[in-house]
Design a protein around this ligand. Structure first.
Ligand SMILES: Cc1cc2nc3c(=O)[nH]c(=O)nc-3n(C[C@H](O)[C@H](O)[C@H](O)COP(=O)(O)OP(=O)(O)OC[C@H]3O[C@@H](n4cnc5c(N)ncnc54)[C@H](O)[C@@H]3O)c2cc1C
Length: 463
């Protein structure tokens, strides 16, 4: 039996980042992975979807090339080649993690880990061979998998999940997507741009329901232009497989309707990968599949920790990584700051992109804040006009008296890059004066942040 300081189960952005930090801090570290290094994020989530979306964006841009004075005779999307590129990008990233593990002297074991005691794991590989690993500290970073809804069974053919949606051999003619969160919306944009007839179904009253309503409305307007059919406040009551497709029964209040599609993509959220870990044997508690932890990611059992999707929302790669860093630093006796869950950027990479941090307008009001809002539309930005990206909005929400930045919301070109500035602003408690007083290069999209801060003080220049 090999003895380690730290054993980490799962090599996603939570697990592999924790492993590197542990190795940097001179802990003898092993990581155990049953699939591919890099976890969902690098192999079946963030990275391959962004590769697919880049192809869709490019196709979109080429279709509008005439606007930029460029004549393109015919542009045709080669679906299998798009999927192949996305898989290559995922492979490249997974190999990158393999390199990082070797560079940092982290041992990698391929197999499924199960707890034997709070300080030992049994690892079974694909050939059924088992070995025991002992560690002073064990970090569970096993992530999550797509959730089902009752009566709708994913069969990988007619009813698919996100993993199948990013690896299909043939582009479907029509696709109904149940769930209009970030994953559903990104696939809606991808498939609709390539010419699939897409229907998006959301139980709540707007698409991207976690985003500020004013921002989601801009995406909805663009999706409408793309001929994506959207049903909000709508429940799926039944999904029936048919010979050539699927019939989906919907209920909106008293109104019932049904539609058909070649395939249905289920994108209604995820559930934690707790099964098979033998948590009951060692006494680790979890609620609805998500492990409960304190600020330092310690579970209720000494020496056992959990980070990433397995501890529940926000279910994001960058959150998992930061939790991993904090967890390991605390184990080694350093004094990291606890993660501020009010300052987590959330991004959706459709076009127009969406990015936000902190409270929405509605949340700020519900929490009793007196607020001042600054807005700046893309249409008033010189850079946005120059690059042909006039649809979008920067919306900043400040606490009225002291000017604390409570929330920032961007919809439009490069929103997911622009949000970085606002993350720093929030961490450093920048006021609207500071944001407006910071000289931003011209012409850039980031000037819109300065202008929106100016608008909150009624001194924006270009609107
Ligand atoms: C389609 C899609 C798109 C996404 N896009 C984004 C995005 O753009 N940005 C973003 O921030 N987030 C995105 N996410 C979410 C992101 O992928 C997750 O938040 C992130 O991967 C969580 O990291 P993690 O380390 O907790 O777990 P994971 O990345 O899920 O990794 C867990 C690993 O543990 C392994 N494992 C599980 N059980 C065991 C066991 N018993 N023994 C050994 N190994 C085990 C699994 O095989 C897996 O590799 C997306 C998710 C999906 C599905």
């Amino acid at each position: 039996m090999k003895q380690y300081d730290v054993a980490i189960i799962g090599s996603g952005p939570g697990g592999y980042v924790a492993a590197i930090r542990a190795a940097q801090l001179k802990l003898k570290t092993v990581i155990i992975e049953r699939d591919r290094l890099g976890g969902v994020c690098l192999n079946w989530g963030c990275i391959p979807t962004k590769a697919l979306l880049k192809s869709a964006e490019l196709f979109d841009e080429i279709s509008h090339a005439k606007t930029f004075g460029i004549q393109v005779e015919t542009a045709r999307a080669d679906f299998p080649a798009i999927i192949k590129r996305s898989r290559q990008v995922a492979d490249m990233n997974s190999k990158g993690v393999d390199f990082l593990m070797r560079k940092n002297n982290v041992d990698v074991l391929y197999g499924t880990a199960t707890f034997e005691t709070p300080h030992s794991l049994i690892v079974s590989d694909a050939q059924g061979k088992t070995q025991t690993v002992a560690a002073d500290h064990i970090i569970i970073a096993t992530g999550a998998r797509p959730k089902n809804i009752p009566g709708v069974e994913v069969d990988g053919e007619r009813i698919i999940d996100s993993k199948t949606a990013m690896t299909l051999e043939k582009q479907p003619e029509s696709l109904a997507i149940i769930g209009a969160g970030a994953i559903g919306v990104e696939f809606a944009y991808f498939y609709a741009t390539l010419g699939t007839k897409v229907t998006l179904i959301e139980m709540l009253d707007h698409i991207l329901p976690l985003e500020d309503e004013e921002i989601s409305a801009v995406v909805a307007r663009n999706f409408k232009r793309k001929k994506i059919t959207m049903h909000t406040s709508t429940m799926v009551t039944k999904v029936e497989k048919q010979e050539n497709g699927v019939a989906i029964h919907l209920k909106n209040g008293d109104k019932e309707e049904h539609l058909t599609a070649e395939k249905v993509l289920l994108a209604v959220g995820v559930q934690g990968n707790v099964s098979g870990l033998n948590l009951a044997k060692i006494g680790v508690t979890h609620r609805q599949g998500f492990i409960e932890v304190n600020d330092w990611y310690q579970t209720n059992v000494a020496g056992v920790y959990a980070i990433g999707d397995i501890i529940g929302p926000p279910l994001l790669a960058h959150v998992a990584s930061h939790e991993g860093l904090i967890c390991v630093e605390k184990i080694t006796g350093l004094s990291p700051h606890a993660l501020d869950y009010n300052s987590i950027p959330a991004c959706t990479y459709c076009q127009p992109q969406v990015a936000s941090i902190g409270l929405s307008e509605q949340q700020a009001k519900e929490q009793g804040y007196e607020i001042k809002i600054g807005r700046f539309p893309y249409t008033a930005s010189g850079k946005a006009r120059a690059i042909g990206a006039r649809d979008g909005l920067v919306k900043l929400i400040f606490e009225a008296k002291y000017g604390e930045l409570l929330g920032a919301h961007i919809v439009g070109n490069e929103a997911t890059e622009l949000i970085g500035e606002l993350g720093i602003a929030k961490t450093l408690e920048a006021t609207p004066e500071a944001l407006f007083g910071t000289v931003h290069a011209h012409p850039t999209l980031s000037e819109m942040i300065m202008e929106a801060a100016g608008d909150a003080q009624e001194r924006a220049i270009h609107i």
